[in-house]
Write a protein that binds this ligand. Structure first.
Ligand code: ADP
Ligand code: MG
Length: 310
């Protein structure tokens, strides 16, 4: 299990992470998602101590990570980079086995491990093991980048936007591949992306981040069904267009009057549902997070007109 407790990170004037609290169960596929600058990479790199926090503690299996020997800690944390960064002067099996080599694994074992991993990701070792990185496509290189992180059998695999440079088809294939590897390998995956679609496809649990704060943590389903705030909701909408406008959208724009009358609709209902209700009533009262609002047909017409102009 991985736990962040009240973790902060400050760079000079910039508060990159503010009081981060997070639990990642052992064996989970955990996704950190958020726009650029939200603190995802900082969070990830704290796990293998490429970045040290300014405050708070991070625990790995109930022991503070600063109390681990850093080399031993990193051996338990495979790391897949955004830019693939294979060593151009080493062939594929040497690239995969580089960490095993530095740990003193015998050559025969290293090569066996590299070949087994190549097979596992559908790259025929007889064909690929001795090729140079430049002889592989981008998607193939990224496959190698992934299995390289798995070579010494880490307990945790950290992945920082590993697919963002790939075309949509390779991307989909590699998403399937990491899902399959996660099922087969019994490791904890911590995956960073700015793409909500990717987060939903991959994550067993998802943390939505913004400006150094976690907005919501949960299963994709729970986050989709009950977004914690407008930011999370908006983040989905960008990905899930078109979505019918809801009364909430209209209320956020300032339409309607506060009232104490009992509500007959919820703000999560669609604007079309509101319009239908207004065919038989002069006003409809809606329950919102900010209390009851009374809405009229004029509000709907006005809202739709300004929305068209957007
Ligand atoms: P993300 O990976 O979500 O895009 P980062 O963790 O890279 O976000 O960055 C979080 C914030 O910290 C950003 O505002 C970024 O500009 C800032 N930051 C990251 N690294 C440094 C650094 N080495 N020095 C100063 N500010 C940094
Ligand atoms: Mg980043």
């Amino acid at each position: 299990m991985i736990e962040f407790k009240n973790v902060t990170k400050r760079y000079a004037k910039n508060q990159a992470l503010d009081d981060l609290n997070l639990t990642i169960p052992t064996g989970d596929f955990f996704v950190l998602v958020g726009p650029s600058g939200s603190g995802k990479t900082t969070t990830l790199k704290m796990l293998n101590r490429l970045i040290e926090p300014t405050g708070g503690d991070i625990y790995f299996n109930d022991k503070r990570i600063i109390d681990y020997d850093i080399k031993q800690l990193r051996q338990q944390m495979g790391y897949v980079l955004q830019n693939i960064a294979l060593f151009p002067n080493l062939n594929i099996q040497e690239n995969i086995a580089i960490q095993a080599e530095s740990l003193g694994w015998p050559r025969k074992e290293r090569i066996e491990r590299a070949r087994a991993l190549l097979k596992q990701v559908d790259l025929d070792p007889d064909k690929y093991a001795t090729r140079m990185p430049s002889e592989l496509s981008g998607g193939e290189q990224q496959r190698v980048g992934i299995i390289r992180a798995l070579a010494i059998k880490p307990k945790v695999v950290l992945m920082d936007e590993p697919f963002s440079a790939l075309d949509p088809i390779s991307r989909k294939q590699l998403q399937d591949l990491v899902l399959q590897l996660h099922q087969e390998l019994n490791m904890t995956f911590v995956f960073v992306t700015h793409d909500m679609h990717e987060a939903l496809r991959l994550g067993q649990h998802i943390a939505v981040m913004r400006l150094g704060h976690i907005q919501q943590i949960g299963t994709g389903e729970a986050i989709m069904q009950h977004p914690a705030n407008d930011f999370v909701r908006g983040f989905f909408e960008n990905e899930h267009t078109p979505r019918p406008a809801t009364i909430q959208d209209l209320v956020i724009k300032g339409y309607g009057q506060t009232t104490t009358a009992p509500a007959t609709l919820k703000s999560t209902a669609t604007v079309s549902e509101l319009a239908a209700a207004l065919q038989t009533a002069a006003t409809v009262v809606v329950a919102t997070d900010q209390g009851a609002r009374q809405l009229t047909t004029a509000d709907v017409i006005d809202y739709l007109a300004t929305k068209e102009a957007d």
